[in-house]
Write a new protein. Structure first.
Length: 196
């Protein structure tokens, strides 16, 4: 997982409420076991609408989505986070998120920023014409118009994102301690001893 420190640039001013994971990535795209290529199916039904932000060349390559309340509700498909990552999205800003989506996003290196509706409305306005800046270390979202919005984040998730460490990386960092523990347990429970 790549470290997340700052995210700069244009943002998709999406704004819709109650966007479920089936809207983010429809079920027909879930047959894959790889993370690559899911960007083609991301927001497929929204992209079919005339004038949608995801097909607007002005927002091409945007690294942030500004969304409405309850983003990522619905089923717990991790493919939703995979699709956003494949699109190049590194952050989603909304008034609230589904807990399961927020967890899947974090585990895939995507920052979910919860801000009050008034702040989201202002960022929607700015995103239509100008970039925004997210600083994870400072826990802030700023614009070139002197807007500054602070957000909260779980300290453990923050450190993992800043360091680019996922659950596998955390486990591997403790491999020596795990091996020592297994040796001790193997002395008292030989059936659990590691095979050399």
């Amino acid at each position: 997982m790549e470290p997340v420190t700052t995210i700069d640039g244009r943002a998709y001013p999406f704004g819709r409420k109650n966007v479920d994971t089936d809207v983010i990535i429809p079920a027909k795209w879930l047959k894959t076991v790889t993370r690559s290529g899911l960007a083609r199916g991301a927001f497929e039904t929204v992209r079919a609408e005339e004038g949608n932000v995801f097909e607007d060349p002005e927002y091409a390559g945007a690294s942030t989505i500004i969304a409405g309340d309850n983003f990522g509700c619905g089923s717990s498909r991790e493919h939703a986070a995979w699709a956003l990552d494949d699109m190049g999205v590194k952050a989603v800003i909304a008034p609230s998120f589904s807990d399961i989506f927020s967890g899947n996003a974090y585990k895939n290196g995507i920052l979910t920023v919860v801000l009050p509706q008034a702040a989201v409305d202002r960022l929607m306005e700015v995103a239509r014409t100008d970039p925004i800046h997210i600083d994870l270390a400072e826990q802030s979202v700023t614009t070139q118009f002197q807007d500054r919005f602070s957000f909260e984040i779980d300290p453990f998730r923050k450190q993992c994102l800043l360091n680019g460490t996922d659950e596998i990386g955390l486990t591997l960092a403790s491999s020596n301690n795990i091996a020592r523990y297994e040796d001790v347990v193997g002395d008292t429970r030989p059936w659990m001893r590691r095979k050399a």
